[in-house]
Design a protein around this ligand. Structure first.
Ligand SMILES: *Cc1c(COP(=O)(O)O)cnc(C)c1O
Length: 361
């Protein structure tokens, strides 16, 4: 068996320890004689798994008691609809459009009310985060929406927008648990877990209780109401049980390595290794503006499509997998999520140096 360094944007690398533990428990979870995959979601054993997962997440993020933690399905995409269906009480919301995901969320919201785009970075192919200190926030807006880390473009909000008192809703799919955050600054935080936490199929939503009401868009299906899932402790229907179990293991792994302060240090170290090299390189250019750079997704190009393709191919052959950039940016993207080791990033930088040497004119 040999594992590659996996730089895929998502589904993405998971901690090896977690995968090994899951493998060891595959046939017989803690003496139950069955896999978590085969177990009733109403069993005492699963109840313990989901409760512990929630508690560990609360501990890691310091989630206050007046916030609910929901384990949902449907990917981040379903939240693009659930957010407006549940929160547009006045029928108005403001969107900051910093990439394809935010744009899709904005378009989806316009089905349910007046969705304003109050700032955008589309003029430069989303390679920066706009100044959000004094935006034209609608007085009627039920919330202001951001995508905190733009997975495709490699940009990230390093300061939250000034929402002028309005509720902030954030898609944190690709920066979930990458650093400590102040949950109280948000009304809702959500993300698909397949980028930084676990297997695809689970979405975690952290929502301030007062926002969870029965006053939803007319006709909203029962399954798409946050209240349904909040009242049932995420067990209204069969949840993505195995996925939640793996997320729980990742939370325990994060606690063991020292929590979010420590993981932030590691993530900063990995990102600076890569950006420092890119800033000095004559061959590779980072695409995101310096002050907007993501700690999770690092985009870069050579300026020559054929050379980009050659790099990706040779890197793959050298055990550095998943470096092809998203088609809307081109070039390369190294996703360096929590589970990517410093050694993995060092190996990538070494490979890039050698590639650059061998292509000197
Ligand atoms: C991947 C991603 C999405 C889409 O996630 P799905 O689970 O495929 O719906 C949305 N937002 C962000 C920030 C992402 O990285």
């Amino acid at each position: 068996m040999s594992r590659v360094y996996n730089f895929s944007a998502g589904p993405a690398v998971l901690p090896e320890e977690v995968l090994k533990e899951a493998a060891a428990e595959m046939l017989d979870y803690e003496g139950t004689g069955m896999s978590v995959m085969e177990m009733s979601h109403r069993s005492k054993t699963f109840e313990k798994i989901i409760k512990e997962a929630e508690q560990d997440l609360r501990d890691l993020m310091g989630i206050p008691d007046n916030y609910k933690v929901l384990f949902l399905q449907g990917g981040a995409h379903l939240q693009f609809a659930m957010v407006p269906m549940n929160f547009m009480k006045n029928g108005v919301a403001d969107y900051i459009v910093t990439g394809s995901w935010a744009k899709k969320a904005w378009k989806e919201a316009s089905k349910y009310g007046k969705a304003n785009c109050i700032a955008s970075s589309e003029d430069k192919n989303f390679n920066y985060i706009p100044d959000c200190t004094d935006l034209p926030v609608d007085e009627e807006a039920d919330y202001v929406y951001i995508c905190q880390n733009n997975t495709i473009y490699g940009t990230q909000f390093h300061t939250l927008p000034n929402t002028k008192g309005k509720t902030l809703v954030a898609d944190v799919s690709s920066c979930f648990l990458s650093e400590p955050i102040d949950v109280e600054k948000y009304g809702m935080i959500y993300g698909g877990v397949q980028k930084n936490i676990g297997p695809a199929g689970v979405v975690i939503a952290i929502i301030r209780e007062d926002l969870i009401t029965e006053d939803v868009y007319p006709g909203t299906p029962t399954m798409l109401q946050y209240k349904t899932h909040a009242d049932a402790g995420s067990l209204y229907n069969t949840p993505p049980a195995y996925g939640i179990y793996i997320c729980g293991k990742v939370f325990k792994w994060l606690k063991k390595v020292g929590g979010l302060e420590e993981i932030k240090k590691r993530n900063e170290k990995k990102a600076s290794l890569l950006y420092d090299f890119l800033d000095k390189s004559d061959l590779f250019t980072p695409t995101a503006e310096k002050t907007s750079r993501s700690y999770m997704n690092v985009d870069f190009v050579t300026g020559d499509k054929e050379l980009d393709a050659e790099f990706v191919k040779k890197a793959e052959a050298a055990g550095l997998s998943g470096l092809k950039g998203h088609r809307s940016v081109g070039g390369m993207r190294a996703s360096i999520y929590n589970a990517m080791s410093v050694e993995g990033v060092e190996a990538l930088v070494k490979f890039m140096k050698e590639f650059e040497e061998s292509h000197r004119k």
